[in-house]
Design a binder for this molecule. Structure first.
Ligand code: V47
Length: 372
């Protein structure tokens, strides 16, 4: 098909996309530098429809953040609090288990569990939390702990990362979410999250998880002090690891939210940047099956548009969200299943409820079945 491309620098990229060829680092830069959003969207949508047709995934999930106490004090974050901060909280195990059962009556298929790096909670405590959740909610998939939390638990328990992952897996962790990757460039990490594990350590931890047969997601945090080279380098590093392990399920571009962070002087990202990051991700990450437009972060309106610019997933019901709302997100904290269906249908897409590993889910009012 003949398509109109305003930005002639994108013509060679279009030829590669049409020929199903892998895009290079320089292609990634050309995509990020282009303002021809419709050409980007055309290409990204081509890839998205090749992979998934019109199907758009969502899930019925619940976020649980057991503590916001965090020793890292990342400049990018408004969620983490010091141990002695009167506003900080840490749930007891009973509270975590009780909180898990609260919210919509709709049967959730996934708990998404992340928190701060707490200096006192032990690996044993987290394992007990997982065991208690599995005992009470045996059908629910536990997507828990960023690579950063795993790295911190390993450091504190003085055991190898692989062993921490094994112990968490044996206690009930089914997969890992994609957070904490931020931007792998050390120059940028030194400024936005200087006490976190390095980019190399994040990738090593993901590799170890995948080698144990655990799947995980991955993310990028954009819209702060990074440049185009940093972003493309990040995507290429994820693509290289995925070539090795095949363990990444979904990639989620995350827009920096500056409110209440030490970087609050940085302006918020634009809708244009948010859409562009979805499209570039779809085009560069040819080996990661899914690209998620996280509606909490993008707003439901923009997430809906993203479904025509490369995204095939809109995330879930969430129920209770803290990380983005502490940093100024104005979206609601939750959407009902029916609202997600409506958003997807109104974008002319075909909604499919999935579990964490993208197996279709069928449900009644209070129960669900995963089709395997
Ligand atoms: O790791 C923290 C980011 C992540 C801010 O795997 C911020 O399915 C923007 O990873 N502005 C947590 N971003 C969220 C996350 C996630 C979300 C939805 C689904 C999945 C998944 C993963 O949020 C953190 C960090 O990268 N973050 N503070 C902020 N001020």
């Amino acid at each position: 098909m003949q398509i109109l491309i305003d930005d002639s620098r994108l013509k060679p990229v279009l030829e590669k996309v049409e020929a199903r060829e892998r895009l290079s680092f320089d292609d990634g830069i050309a995509l990020y530098r282009s303002s021809d959003i419709l050409a980007l969207g055309y290409m990204a949508n081509l890839v998205r429809e090749r992979l998934h047709g019109s199907v758009t995934y969502f899930n019925v999930n619940r976020h649980i953040n057991p503590t916001d106490v965090c020793v890292a004090s990342c400049r990018l974050c408004a969620f983490g609090k010091r141990v002695r901060d009167p506003k900080a909280y840490t749930m007891s195990l009973e509270e975590v288990w009780q909180r898990a059962g609260e919210g919509w009556s709709e049967a959730v298929t996934e708990f998404h569990i992340v928190g701060g790096l707490h200096p006192e909670l032990t690996l044993g405590w987290y394992c007990e939390m997982l065991r208690g959740l599995k005992q009470r909610f045996p059908q629910v998939h536990l997507k828990a702990f960023t690579m950063v939390e795993v790295g911190y638990l390993a450091q504190r328990a003085k055991v190898p990362v692989r062993e921490v992952l094994e112990r968490l897996r044996d206690a009930g962790m089914d997969s890992l979410p994609g957070g904490g990757a931020e931007i792998f460039s050390e120059r940028v990490r030194r400024i936005i999250c200087d006490h976190k594990i390095t980019g190399e350590q994040w990738l090593e931890t993901a590799r170890a998880a995948h080698e144990l047969g655990l799947h995980s997601n991955c993310t990028i945090l954009y819209g702060h002090i990074e440049n185009e080279e940093d972003r493309v380098d990040h995507l290429v590093k994820l693509r290289e690891l995925q070539d090795e392990t095949g363990g990444f399920v979904t990639f989620i571009p995350l827009a920096f939210h500056p409110d209440n962070t030490a970087l609050r002087h940085i302006p918020k990202t634009t809708g244009f940047a948010d859409i562009k990051n979805i499209a570039v991700a779809r085009l560069m990450l040819d080996n990661i099956p899914h690209i998620k437009a996280y509606w909490i972060m993008m707003t439901p309106r923009m997430a809906q548009i993203a479904l025509r610019f490369g995204a095939d997933d809109i995330d879930g019901t969430v129920v209770e969200e803290k990380i983005y709302h502490d940093a100024g997100a104005t979206t609601s904290q939750s959407l009902r299943r029916a609202e997600l269906l409506q958003l997807i249908r109104k974008a002319g897409r075909e909604p499919v409820e999935r579990d964490t590993l993208y197996r279709p889910v069928t449900r009644t009012e209070t129960a669900f079945t995963v089709l395997v």
